[in-house]
Design a protein around this ligand. Structure first.
Ligand SMILES: [Zn+2]
Ligand SMILES: [Zn+2]
Length: 260
């Protein structure tokens, strides 16, 4: 099983979790065309998709959901509150394609076990996901206001984690965002900073993670080298070495991101 970030960042998010048999899109916050092209670039046809799972209803996660649903007859999984919050934005869809799950209850798509877990973020009922196939586990943990124990409980022992490193605290502080937005981003229901990602990365590696893909980088308040460096330095402090103990990469905004 592998996870590939198709697009990542405040402008739009989509990732693909896949085995030989099963292909799951995690969010679809870019256009249908962009999804089609990015899948093509990794030799996967959109016809092979088994469905879309949704983390939360913010536009950078659902923009292309309606189009992909209609174009490829794709079932979409979300919890009840997220369905309610997003249904107007995704346009008309056949009821047969609507799948509703309970947060914290596992379900299966093909040969992949899916575990949605609750995350602190300012949406109706936001979730992160862990995916399990045999002895392999990968997780998506972005759009998270603060690090809590239950997050690590949910994602522990993941081989690979797509982990949010949204902003550099100093860039956000001196940047041009209005005060209210800065407060939202920094808040308990906002986004993880590079420093937070560094702390999280340390825990994750200690809990068995081998690959960390930093994602959801802000275009305004972060850049890939800075996110990588900040997390690498935090890991260094804990005597965890990139290259020796883990692979650390960035899920870029406008291209494919994968840890290999
Ligand atoms: Zn969000
Ligand atoms: Zn987001």
């Amino acid at each position: 099983m592998e996870i590939v970030s198709l697009r990542s960042g405040s402008r739009g998010n989509a990732a693909l979790v896949f085995t030989e048999r099963t292909k799951i899109l995690v969010d679809c916050g870019v256009s249908g065309k962009t999804i089609e092209n990015s899948l093509k670039s990794i030799d996967i046809s959109p016809d092979e998709l088994d469905g879309i799972v949704i983390t939360h209803e913010h536009n950078d996660h659902i923009m292309g959901v309606g189009v992909m649903m209609r174009r490829y007859n794709l079932p979409v999984w979300a919890n009840a509150e997220t369905w309610q919050a997003m249904s107007e934005q995704i346009g008309a869809y056949s009821n047969e394609l609507q799948r509703v799950f309970d947060t914290d209850k596992d379900f299966e798509i093909g040969d992949i076990g899916v575990n949605p877990f609750s995350i602190p973020h300012d949406a109706a009922d936001p979730v992160g996901y862990s995916f399990v196939n045999g002895s392999e586990k990968v997780s998506v943990a972005t759009d998270i206001g603060e690090l809590k124990k239950d997050l690590f409980e949910a994602v522990k022992k993941s081989n690979t984690v797509l982990l949010e490193a949204n902003h550099d605290v100093n860039m956000l502080e001196i940047g041009r965002y209005p005060m209210q937005l800065k407060r939202r981003i920094r808040g308990k229901y906002g986004h993880l900073s590079n420093d937070d990602a560094g702390k999280a990365a340390e825990f994750l590696v200690k809990l068995g993670t081998e690959n960390i893909l930093l994602g959801h980088l802000s275009e305004e308040n972060n850049y890939p080298k800075l996110a990588l460096k900040t997390v690498e330095l935090a890991l260094d402090q804990a005597d965890i070495k990139v290259g020796r103990d883990l692979t650390l990469c960035v899920a870029e905004r406008n291209t494919i991101g994968r840890c290999r």
